[in-house]
Write a protein that binds this ligand. Structure first.
Ligand SMILES: O=C(O)CCC(=O)C(=O)O
Ligand SMILES: [Fe+2]
Length: 352
């Protein structure tokens, strides 16, 4: 299908659009200009030296491509720390020396043959100091986009929802959907990227359960015979621009010039039900509960929680913990907005 250029708005025009059409992100992604300039991160996170000082010791992996979403895709990967990854970004020719003994998939010679740079996309920024990190990207969303993140129990623990991407020209994030049906944005602080997005309604044409996602730059006719029926929505992303998309939109992102990007995940009225029905946060919450079993058992002395701890399925434990937290919260006085969110989550979870 004919591709569509993702519409570009100045911040005030985008804010008027969202005010009159709150569900616009379900219709199409948007590029917004003039939002990130107000962030402290536009200055503090655009220096690799600052980033090394703030996050250099955090453990990460870096892959080429960032991860794979097709059964037959090849990949290289190293286990390292963010500071070492940033040294690689400064000087990619130090590949062999920096990652000696760190390869979990492939090695330096396979990587050179793949002709893709390593790309780290799993820095867990918010696990350690949420306020310090969120204050750098304040305000978190353009007015009047609503976000209910803070009303969702364990939101920032049961999933990574703030991402910092530092990437070399050529770095690839293959086509995928984000976990937990979040609304998400890419805020470009430095360098350029090119993104191709597809509506969830077109998914039968670009995804197969047995294979995964197609490559939008080189669709395989035999594997995805109806790929022409899927409409690609395209945008090039320049410094100071924000690309925002609705729940379950698939995206493929190529870094065109050395780049720094912040990504943030949003839950609001558009996707609270889909978020609640997702499996990903349940598994993470179940794992947190298992790691802190004594604390969770003591706080939630219920037979169903006890039984869920004996169940081997982390997602089941996560769901039971959430049910318990929601019921306890709703039994006490709550602000109206918080009550509304938790009541909807409880209703969705009880009926699923
Ligand atoms: O910027 C990229 O390379 C991809 C980012 C992405 O997929 C995301 O933030 O959801
Ligand atoms: Fe993504």
């Amino acid at each position: 299908m004919q591709s569509s250029a993702i519409p570009v708005y100045e911040l005030d025009a985008f804010e008027r659009l969202v005010a009159t059409s709150p569900n616009v992100l379900a219709e199409h992604p948007c590029v917004v200009r003039g939002f990130t300039a107000q962030w402290a991160a536009s200055r503090s996170w655009t220096s690799l030296e600052n980033l090394t000082g703030a996050f250099g010791s955090f453990p990460v992996t870096a892959g080429a491509p960032q991860f794979t979403t097709h059964k037959h895709a090849k990949m290289c990967q190293v286990k390292t720390d963010f500071g070492t990854y940033l040294r690689y970004v400064r000087d990619p020719d130090r590949l062999e020396e920096l990652f000696e003994g760190k390869w979990s998939k492939g090695d330096a010679s396979v990587l050179r043959a793949l002709d893709l740079p390593l790309y780290c996309g799993n820095l867990r920024l918010v696990r350690h100091s949420r306020e310090k990190v969120l204050s750098q990207i304040d305000p978190l969303v353009p007015d009047p986009i609503e976000y209910l993140n803070d009303e969702i129990p364990y939101y920032y623990q049961s999933g990574n929802h703030v991402w910092l991407y530092v990437s070399l020209a050529g770095a690839l994030t293959p086509l995928h959907q984000d976990n937990n049906a979040v609304i998400a944005y890419l805020a470009q602080l430095q360098g350029h990227k090119e993104a191709i997005l597809y509506s969830p309604a077109d998914k039968p044409h670009y995804w197969r359960r047995d294979l995964g996602y197609m490559d939008p730059l080189s669709p395989n006719d035999a594997e995805f015979p109806s790929w022409r029926e899927a409409r690609p929505w395209t945008a090039s992303l320049n410094p100071g621009e924000l690309l925002i998309w609705g729940p379950n939109w698939a995206h493929h992102v190529v870094t065109l010039s050395n780049s720094i990007t912040v990504s943030f995940d949003i839950v609001n009225a558009l996707n609270l039900g889909a978020y609640t029905r997702s499996h990903d946060w349940r598994v993470e919450l179940g794992l947190i509960a298992r790691k802190n079993a004594d604390l969770f058992r003591a706080r939630m002395p219920h037979p169903r929680i006890r039984a869920a701890f004996d169940d081997t399925e982390d997602g089941h434990l996560g769901r039971e913990v959430m049910l318990c937290v929601l019921r306890d919260a709703l039994a006490a006085p709550l602000a109206e907005r918080s009550r509304r969110v938790k009541a909807e989550m409880l209703q969705v979870l009880e009926s699923a």
